[in-house]
Design a protein around this ligand. Structure first.
Ligand code: ADP
Ligand code: MG
Length: 585
């Protein structure tokens, strides 16, 4: 006995409808996409009862012929692909010819459509896949498709719908996902006779403002990047406008909203520690990539996609966002690289150092423990030193060296003898390293080192900096700062760590915040590391400061106690060792 039946079309369509249109928002998406595929420049969405009783989309697109007006409700009826090869270069939203067939299977649909060249249009009424009527009609050019009583013949689905507010919010989300990226098209959206959105064609920023309010115009930085692989355009929220939820995060590829956890992570990574814990940036970013570099098996109703060049896209997107954040917020900030910095690069292999033009006392013995004479010694042309060979791993100072003769050179470098040669130490970087290690390792620094100011000092900041400082107050307290907010932008400082010699606290904090932003942007260090690096940088003794013999010895001893004595927290070389034979030359 044969058991197999071919399902009648209306049943097959109803089943297919379950995939395409699981709730009113699904039908809204399909109809809006069809209108865009028809090259409409103005699209109006009307819903009643959250789409339960009416979803209507009216467009001024190219319209359909009489024949197409009927055919479009057939399964696999599509004007968008003709060959399997077309799948590799899809530029339209739909292409499976399923949506209208599905919707017509589960609703009462009225289509009115007219092509621009025709005087009369067609009206088609179809209910549960059965054509009720088709007749010529006078109507505007374009298409109006009204979906009434969705799921009228599928009670199970109808009963599954959530309350109107929930269904309406799903529709709004669909509306945002489509309208955000199609900002060159005008859209309106009205619900139960009330206009919710009236979006004029314009720029992406205008569209964001149209959907979220004008205030958003001030909250965004623009992201732009163009490479062979991808063109990126969009907006990301300034860190101070981050949100407690991941709501406003929109990525689009070739005009289509997508969900892509890796690319979203790329955007969030770009913010690094600029954001307080448990807060998330808003972003609206469109990518254009060659459609053939996207997995063709994407389902039109799904938002997941796969890219051939995922890794490259990740890196490009992250750096584009980083740059957007850096370019705008850090325009005036201090860089870790100041031109006069001490940076002796390692020499290429096989490089024979040229004789450095150093004037030295031939009687000077750097390995002599005591050397009162050495105070007169001066390396006059230090700046002209040629690159030296990469130093051997840092040797802990011999007791003999720790006890003796540090020499300060140009108030910037400390020369101290080691058994392997003469160590030249950048005093500022060395102190930065020492302070950084102290700050990151010590939790009770506050109790031991805080010092109450005789006169509390008021400091004022921009709104953005003030917000950042507020976030950092608990951490700063641990490091010996007592700071309280007086109002939104003014703070009073009542205590500082004793290490802090700066009399002028305002520039101290300004620069500290700038370094903090920079540290969090330039490196992938965590918030504590960034804060400690910036504090250390501000608190460190500066080049040009005259150091006493005890200060130098203390600094050298402290430095050699650090596990990473040879590099500063910002990654700069601290120590160069001049070998005895080089010295003798
Ligand atoms: P698909 O979009 O996948 O092609 P649909 O079922 O959504 O399938 O639509 C079927 C066809 O009906 C489309 O290919 C298109 O030719 C036509 N169509 C649907 N909506 C419109 C519209 N608003 N304007 C013009 N043509 C339309
Ligand atoms: Mg479609």
């Amino acid at each position: 006995m044969d058991l197999i039946n071919i399902l009648p079309d209306n049943v097959a369509n109803q089943i297919a409808a379950g995939e395409v249109v699981d709730r009113p928002a699904g039908a809204v998406k399909e109809l809006l996409e069809n209108a865009m595929d028809a090259e409409a420049t103005q699209i109006d969405l009307v819903v009643k009862d959250a789409g339960r009783t009416l979803i209507q989309v009216i467009d001024n697109g190219k319209g359909m012929s009489d024949g197409d007006a009927r055919l479009c409700f057939e399964r696999h009826a599509t004007s968008k692909i003709h060959h399997a090869d077309d799948l590799f270069a899809i530029h339209t939203m739909g292409f499976r010819g399923e949506a209208l067939a599905s919707i017509a299977a589960i609703a009462q649909v009225e289509l009115r459509t007219r092509q621009h060249d025709n005087e009369l249009g067609s009206q088609v009424i179809i209910e549960g896949s059965h054509i009720v009527s088709q007749q010529p009609t006078a109507c505007p050019a374009g298409t109006s498709l009204a979906v009434k009583n969705l799921f009228f013949n599928v009670p199970a689905r109808r009963n599954f719908l959530k309350k109107d507010s929930v269904e309406l919010s799903h529709i709004e989300e669909v509306f945002r996902r489509i309208t955000l990226i199609h900002y060159d098209i005008g859209f309106t959206f009205s619900s139960n006779g009330k206009m919710l959105y009236d979006l004029k064609a314009g720029t992406l920023l205008q569209r964001i403002a149209g959907l979220y309010g004008n205030a958003y115009k001030e909250r965004m930085y623009s992201v732009e990047e163009q490479t062979d692989l991808v063109k990126i355009r969009g907006f990301v929220s300034r860190p101070e406008y981050s949100r407690r939820t991941r709501g406003e995060q929109y990525l689009f590829v070739n005009g289509r909203f997508i969900k892509h956890p890796a690319l979203s992570a790329a955007v969030e990574k770009a913010y690094a520690d600029l954001l307080p814990d448990h807060s998330y940036p808003s972003y609206f970013i469109g990518l254009q990539v060659d459609p053939s570099r996207i997995d063709v098996n994407i389902h039109p109703t799904k938002t997941e996609v796969k890219f051939v060049d995922e890794h490259a896209l990740f890196a490009i997107l992250r750096s584009a966002v980083k740059r957007a954040l850096g370019q705008f917020s850090l325009a005036t900030e201090l860089s870790f690289d100041t031109p006069e910095e001490f940076n002796i690069a390692p020499a290429p292999k096989g490089y024979v150092p040229q004789q450095p033009r150093i004037s030295y006392n031939p009687d000077y013995n750097p390995f002599r423990a005591s050397g009162t004479q050495s105070h007169q010694r001066k390396i006059e042309t230090f700046e002209e030193l040629e690159p030296l060979e990469k130093p051997a791993p840092i040797e802990k100072p011999q007791p003999v060296a720790a006890a003796g003769a540090c020499l300060q050179v140009q108030n910037r470098y400390i020369a101290t003898p080691l058994s392997s040669g003469l160590a030249l130490i950048d005093q500022q970087r060395a102190h930065e390293r020492v302070l950084y290690d102290k700050l990151t390792q010590s939790n009770n620094l506050a109790t031991t080192q805080s010092q109450t100011l005789l006169f509390p000092v008021n400091c004022s900041f921009s709104a953005a900096d003030a917000e950042m400082l507020s976030e950092l107050l608990p951490d700063l307290k641990e490091y010996g700062f007592e700071i309280a907010a007086l109002n939104q932008t003014t703070f009073v400082v009542t205590a500082t760590p004793t290490d802090l010699k700066e009399a002028d606290l305002q520039p101290f904090f300004d620069q500290m915040l700038a370094s903090y932003k920079s540290a969090t942007l330039q490196k992938y260090c965590n918030r504590t590391q960034s804060l400690c690096a910036s504090l250390a940088r501000q608190m460190a003794v500066k080049s040009g400061t005259v150091l006493s013999q005890e200060q130098m010895q203390q600094l050298v001893a402290d430095l050699f106690a650090c596990p990473m004595a040879d590099t500063s927290p910002s990654g700069k070389k601290i120590i160069t060792i001049v070998k005895p034979e080089e010295l003798l030359k």
